[in-house]
Each structure stands twice: as structure tokens, then as C-alpha cells.
Design a protein around this ligand. Structure first.
Ligand code: LFR
Length: 479
């Protein structure tokens, strides 16, 4: 039997890629058709995404991909473009790291108390949330002129097909969806003054999303349908966690961010969960991602930018040789969200917690990886008790699965084995949801089973020395 071919457009904070996945009864191969940089641009007015540049990369990638049975798009969450009544984009979408959301949580809570907002949306309090971005945009000429809001993957789908929709997994990152029902949180939105008619109708992973417009076919050379996938990259990545049947697992999606937590059947919307800043994002098939956002390898990327050091290999070698865990910082602190001066900010955090300040690049890299491992430990330990859902193994997926030191430190800190891979989890989850919609895989269990059979995975056993991580944990106050 011939395999199906599916193009996954997977957009990350630092690069976008178009991957082609071939899916047969016993095969799951992924090849890269095209990779292009994603370079945010700073204007006087703030930090913006270059969405036309990204779209050009998508078009080139679809052309390079050749003939496929379908196309799916995923990207980071929370961000959006605004359209006017003619369906034209109004300006460049704002980057979630833009400072405009400062103070917006307080503005929101003045209209809907924090407890009620969490009880109706289950979403963590984070400055990046779409809700806070919309409150920051209140009163702007741009928002006044807008009649439609499309989340980033939905914007690209619209440009490719002319069809508008709001994909559910990504919609859950807006903080305007009720995860118990998978529909809009109307009562909270009304009280917040958010006009939900800005959003196009909801669509779900697996739904058809239109066919390529004629001028697009002219460029790509191929006609194909676009299929809705878990368009939030983290939803796609978790769909591709290679967990065996019945396995009790946690996951960490590592990349620019580390998203650490559990896949649940229903949201956990409790006060202790809110206090611990756990979020209930939606996954495919009505699953819930109960997780915490951790700053992730962003901390290292920003240091490397500061040092003008393009190569991570020597840094990781020095970090592996450095003693640790020594100085650690709170890697889930939103104080690290904005770009710039990262080595200084890390030094500052060590100083205020009375720890030695790492000075060499290797020692700072080690501090970052130890801090990520500690944050992984905290998230996974808390998630298990808050959701009453014990685990035996942690799956590390995404780019960080290639970082052997990070995987080992995570196993050590968490005190359970880590299974690392696949690194291209988001693209694989994107491909598998398309393959299922087009009859190449039967269900979610079969998707995972295929991953387990076909993807190279690496296992890391925890070291016996628990005490050093308990001591490290005690050095960093919890917020
Ligand atoms: C990861 C991710 C996270 C989200 C952050 C901002 O790429 O999608 O899940 O919290 O980016 O959207």
C-alpha cells in the first residue's frame, strides 16, 4: 500500500519550516522541504512579527514540498492579526514579547476577579495571553478598524485558501475559551468588554480548512486541501508524544519555551492550581494540557545573542564539564520574558538569591540548564499532585530532546527516567492529525503506536543523588 504525503508548516519563534511526512501502515518519515528564519522586527512602536516574510517562506516551502495529499499549519500561540471589513490585514501582528501588556492583568481583574477568570477559562496568568493583548489594544485606531481577528496559523490558512476560522487548540491560548465545554467563555468575555464576534467560527483538528487559491497553486505548482491540525504547536507536539498504551507519563515540550505537564481528559480548575499558575490548554480530541510555561532555551538563545556566539556545541561541552547544580534561577519567572541583556539579568537573579554569580560562558550555560531542570522538576511534581495523576516517565520532545545534558539533568532533577524524542514533535503531530483525517491512521492510540515503532528515542536514567536537587530547590524562592 502506498503512503500518504502530508506537508506540515511548523512555525517557531526563531524559524519556520515546511516538512513532508510520509505515513503508511508501518512508516512515518519526515523530511525537511524548506527552512527559513523568523526574525521579529523592532519598530519605534514595539516588537512585530514579519508575517509577509513568513508567508513567503511558507509558499516557497510548499513549492519545494512537491505534490502532497494535504497541508496543515501550526505555530506558537496567543498572537493574531486584525483584518478590516475588506478582509485586509491591518498592520503587522504584535509579538507576544512586546511590553504593551504590562499592567493588563490588573486591568482585567478590575473587570473580572482573577479567581472567576480562572474558574471560567482555566488559563494561567501570563503577560502574553491574547486577552491581555486585546486589553492593551483597547482604544487604538487599529482595533477600532478591525472586524476580524485571526490567530497566526489561521491567518496563513486564510491567505492560502480564502477561508476564515478559529482553530480550537490555539483558541484556548487566548484565555477566552471555557475548556470544560470547548466553546467561548461568553460571560467572562462580556464582563471584560471583549467582542467575541471578532473571532471567526471555531474549527477543530481534522476539519477541512479549504483548498489553495488559484494564485497560490500557480506559485506552488500543486493543488491541495488544507486540513485543520492542532494549530497550536504545543498541541501538535503533545499529540506526537511517543507514549505506549497505558503508560503513565508527563511531557516536556522543549524549544524556545519549555512546556511541562500532563495530558488529561478533563481540566483541573482549582484554586491551588491557579495559585501554582497551571494552565488548562486544549489538545486534540478533547484532551487538556495541564502545564506550566517555563522560559526554556530562550534563556540560552538570548545569552548567545548577547555574546555573539552562534555555536551552541562548545557552550554545552563547557557546561557539561562545569560543576552543578550550583547557582540556579527561577526559569518560570516572567522577568525573563523580554529580550535583551540576558547574562546580566541571570547574574542579578543569582545575586539576589545569595548564590555565586557564574562568570564564564560555560558556567552561565550550566546555570541555565540546571535552572531549566529545576523548573521541570517543580512543574512535574506540582502537576502530579494538583491533578492527582502520578507518572512513571517524562517524555522530552521538541528541539531540546537533542540536548543530551538538558535531558540528563531533567531526569536527575525529576527523579524519573526521561525518554527523549522526537525533536520534530510539532511537525509530526501536525502530519499525524492530517493522516488520520485522510484515513491513513485510525485513531490517537494508533498515532502514538506508530511513533513508538518508528521514531528513534533515547532513554536517560536518573542519578541516585536526589539531595543536590532538593538543595537547589531550596535556594530559589517560589513565586
Ligand atoms: C511554544 C508556545 C507555547 C506558548 C508560547 C507563546 O512555541 O506555543 O505553548 O505559550 O509559544 O505562544
Amino acid at each position: 500500500e502506498q503512503a500518504g504525503a502530508f506537508a506540515a508548516v511548523d512555525l517557531g519563534a526563531s524559524s519556520g519550516r515546511v516538512m513532508v511526512g510520509r505515513v503508511g501502515p508501518d512508516t512515518l518519515d519526515l523530511t525537511e522541504a524548506h527552512r527559513f528564519p523568523n526574525r521579529p522586527v523592532r519598530l519605534a512602536e514595539g516588537l512585530r512579527w514579519d508575517v509577509l516574510g513568513l508567508y513567503a517562506g511558507i509558499l516557497d516551502g510548499l513549492r519545494a514540498a512537491g505534490r502532497v495529499d494535504s497541508i496543515g499549519i501550526d505555530s506558537w500561540g496567543v498572537d493574531y492579526g486584525l483584518l478590516d471589513a475588506d478582509g485586509r490585514l491591518l498592520g503587522n501582528p504584535v509579538h507576544y514579547r512586546d511590553a504593551r501588556t504590562e499592567g493588563m492583568a490588573r486591568k482585567a481583574w478590575g473587570r473580572v476577579p482573577a479567581e472567576r477568570l480562572y474558574a471560567e477559562t482555566g488559563i494561567q496568568d501570563s503577560p502574553i495571553n491574547t486577552l491581555y493583548q486585546l486589553l492593551a489594544a483597547e482604544g487604538t485606531a487599529q482595533l477600532a478598524a478591525a472586524t476580524r481577528l485571526l490567530l497566526i496559523p489561521d491567518l496563513f490558512t486564510y491567505w492560502l485558501t480564502g477561508e476564515q476560522g478559529t482553530e480550537l487548540t490555539n483558541a484556548s491560548t487566548t484565555q477566552l475559551i471555557d475548556p470544560r465545554t470547548g466553546t467561548w467563555a461568553h460571560s467572562a468575555a462580556d464582563a471584560l468588554g471583549i467582542d467575541l464576534s471578532l473571532f471567526a467560527p471555531l474549527r477543530h483538528p481534522g476539519d477541512p480548512a479549504g483548498r489553495l487559491l488559484a494564485h497560490v497553486v500557480e506559485h506552488t505548482g500543486h493543488e491541495a486541501p488544507v486540513t485543520t491540525v492542532g494549530s497550536h504547536d504545543t498541541a501538535s507536539a503533545v499529540a506526537a508524544v511517543p507514549a505506549g498504551a497505558g503508560e503513565r507519563f508527563a511531557y516536556i515540550c522543549t524549544g524556545t519555551w519549555s512546556l511541562a505537564g500532563l495530558e488529561l481528559d478533563a481540566p483541573v480548575m482549582t484554586e491551588p492550581g491557579r495559585a501554582a499558575n497551571f494552565t488548562n490548554e486544549l489538545g486534540i480530541d478533547g484532551t487538556v494540557r495541564y502545564l506550566r510555561n517555563i522560559m526554556g532555551l530562550w534563556l540560552l538563545q538570548e545569552c548567545m545573542r548577547d555574546w555573539s556566539e552562534p555555536d551552541v556545541v562548545p557552550l554545552l561541552r563547557e557546561a557539561a564539564a562545569a560543576p552543578g547544580p550550583r547557582s540556579v534561577v527561577d526559569a518560570s519567572d516572567p522577568a525573563f520574558l523580554a529580550p535583551g541583556r540576558m547574562p546580566e539579568r541571570i547574574a542579578e537573579a543569582c545575586r539576589t538569591t545569595g548564590q555565586p554569580v557564574p562568570t564564564t560562558h560555560g558556567a552561565i550555560t550550566r546555570c541555565i540548564l540546571d535552572s531549566l531542570a529545576l523548573a521541570h522538576r517543580r512543574a512535574i511534581t506540582s502537576a502530579q499532585s494538583l491533578a492527582d495523576h502520578p507518572v512513571d516517565v517524562v517524555h522530552v520532545v521538541g528541539g531540546g530532546a537533542r540536548n543530551r545534558l538538558l535531558c540528563q539533568l531533567t531526569a536527575d532533577a525529576c527523579g524519573v527516567p526521561v525518554v527523549a524524542g522526537p525533536a520534530e514533535a510539532a511537525a509530526l503531530g501536525n502530519v499525524l492529525v492530517q493522516a488520520r483525517a485522510h484515513g491513513r491512521v485510525t485513531d490517537r492510540a494508533a498515532m502514538r503506536e506508530l511513533l513508538v515503532r518508528t521514531q528513534p528515542l533515547e532513554r536517560y536514567e536518573p542519578s541516585a543523588d536526589r539531595g543536590v536537587w532538593e538543595a537547589a530547590d531550596a535556594r530559589v524562592p517560589r513565586r
